[in-house]
Design a binder for this molecule. Structure first.
Ligand SMILES: [Zn+2]
Length: 304
């Protein structure tokens, strides 16, 4: 690329955002926010957002309107309780009108106490089997989770082992909020399972360790909400994550993680922030991470 005179380059650097200035001139032509469809692969519609029946600060119509404004065309719905997911799945006319495809997952938690004991609680395995048999108005459940392991050794819990093996046998994806050690443990139970690593290491596992896990487990997928170090304080993509995406453009997905209502109140902003760093990637990689990887995983058609 032809070099501009120095004074002209300085002017451009000031006129462009800081991400653009840092990346100049490599991706100068692609430095607009990503404008294509989004697949929100980590979404909760928990009972604080809307209880069925009960208090409902964020009715289905409103969350769908937010998705529509944000350009979100498909979601992985996983909610405490599963009634939130079922409400989204049952709103067929409204979701079609909003252009949003609902991919339902079974949440393992009936209440907050289940977060810390599910891996050894056989009643949760029974609940999962009941939900699988019942399905939803939007079709069969496509995955399990999100679940949490605050101590990776609990990945050896009997229900954790059984659920990983069930997911592998039934072709269900698994959304797991765990550390890097637990990825090794969970994959050992079910090497062919489609494990989606929620936050891709929320504790900040080094990128070299993340890369090693992605090389070792070809079916591992990384979801990117809350991932420390992904972007800098300005919302610009870091160099080490840009390099990881260029090595594995087909292995990452984005998510909102609406685990509390504050995330719903900031939903459109969260999606705008994702669009900003996605816009720093080559367009084909951006579209894969924003939409195509999750769409391929769940067989969701491209939006019109
Ligand atoms: Zn979550």
């Amino acid at each position: 690329m032809r070099q501009l005179p120095l004074h002209r380059r300085r002017w451009l650097a000031m006129a462009l955002s800081s991400c653009m200035a840092l990346a100049w001139p490599l991706w100068a032509a692609a430095q607009q926010p990503y404008r294509g469809p989004l697949f929100d692969a980590h979404l909760h519609y928990n009972e604080e957002a809307c209880a069925f029946p009960g208090v409902c600060p964020y009715p289905v119509s409103e969350v769908l309107a937010m998705m529509q404004r944000a350009g979100v065309r498909a979601i992985v719905a996983n909610s405490r309780t599963n009634d939130g997911t079922k409400a989204l799945a049952a709103a067929g006319d409204a979701t079609r009108a909003a252009g949003v495809t609902v991919v339902p997952f079974i949440r393992l938690y009936r209440n907050r106490a289940d977060y810390t004991g599910w891996f050894a609680d056989d009643s949760i395995y029974g609940m999962v089997q009941q939900e699988l048999a019942a399905g939803t108005a939007a079709g069969a459940y496509r995955g399990l989770g999100e679940f949490h392991l605050y101590d990776s050794r609990n990945a050896e819990g009997p229900v954790a082992v059984k659920l990983m093996q069930l997911a592998q046998a039934r072709g269900l994806a698994v959304l797991a909020h765990v550390d890097d050690d637990a990825i090794d443990r969970l994959m050992a139970h079910a090497p062919q399972a489609r494990l989606i690593w929620a936050h891709t290491g929320i504790g900040g596992a080094p990128v070299a360790r993340v890369r090693a896990l992605f090389r070792r487990y070809p079916l591992l997928v990384g979801e990117l909400s809350y991932r420390p170090g992904l972007t800098d304080g300005e919302g610009c993509l870091s160099a080490e994550w840009r390099a990881l995406f260029s090595e594995f453009p087909e292995r990452f997905v984005i998510g909102s993680d609406t685990w509390i209502n504050a995330r719903w109140s900031g939903y459109e902003q969260l999606m705008a922030e994702a669009r900003r760093w996605l816009g720093e990637l080559p367009p084909a990689a951006a579209r894969r991470i924003a939409w195509g990887n999750a769409a391929a995983l769940f067989g969701v058609r491209d939006p019109d």
